[in-house]
Design a protein around this ligand. Structure first.
Ligand code: IMP
Ligand code: MG
Length: 199
């Protein structure tokens, strides 16, 4: 099993929190585990981008916690910008994508690393990668904290992946459901009844 893979059987599913026992079934990735893996990703990125002209393009808003931790671990000069992209969601299914903030920084001829919170169907990453590719960067790679490969409907895969997850709707450490739970310091599993009742 790779470093990135979370084994749902061996993971210690701790009780999430006394505040949300009805909504969050378990902690899938603890704050300690996140910290360790983010540090490892940073070392990998440092090795690959030393001496390069790195531009990090992060997707709003789910990346904010991951991004803040990742870039503080990167001992490299870098530029940072954001693209806002969101989908009209029905329950947990992403529908049409809309761009809510355009990239402002010049990426032509530079080494761009797109950072997102989670690869699910892959539609968001595919759309953003195409958009940036048209701006003619010198190189383009992708980094995601989480990946749910069983949900993919595109051929997208990330160059740097924090954790590979089974198919469950997760929240916390920047990830939301209906704009809630982003501030949790861990990745938790949302109980299906929470999102099923809004479908
Ligand atoms: P995709 O376009 O289907 O790959 O979805 C990517 C986006 O959907 C992510 O950037 C998240 O904002 C959101 N998303 C997908 N799966 C989850 C999840 O399990 N929890 C929270 N957000 C998710
Ligand atoms: Mg997102």
């Amino acid at each position: 099993m790779s470093e990135a893979e979370i084994n749902p059987v061996t993971v210690v599913r701790k009780r999430a929190s006394r505040i949300w026992p009805e909504e969050i079934s378990c902690v899938l990735i603890s704050a300690t585990h996140l910290k360790k893996r983010v540090r490892e990703l940073a070392r990998q990125i440092e090795r690959d981008y030393t001496g390069r002209d790195l531009v990090i393009v992060a997707l709003l808003k789910g990346t904010v916690l991951f991004l803040a931790d990742l870039i503080r671990q990167l001992k490299l000069p870098l530029h940072l910008d954001f693209i806002g992209i969101s989908s009209y969601r029905e329950g947990v299914e992403s529908k049409d994508l809309i761009v809510t903030k355009e990239l402002r920084i010049e990426v032509k001829g530079r080494d761009v690393l797109i950072v997102d919170d989670i690869l699910d169907t892959g539609r968001t990453m595919e759309r953003v990668a195409e958009k940036i590719q048209r701006l003619k960067p010198r190189s383009l790679k992708t980094c995601v904290l989480l990946d749910k490969p069983s949900r993919r409907v595109t051929s997208v895969c990330a160059d740097y992946t924090g954790f590979i997850l089974p198919d469950a709707f997760v929240i916390g450490y920047g990830l939301d459901y209906a704009e809630r739970y982003r501030n949790l310091p861990f990745i938790g599993v949302l109980r299906p009844h929470v999102y099923q009742k809004t479908r």
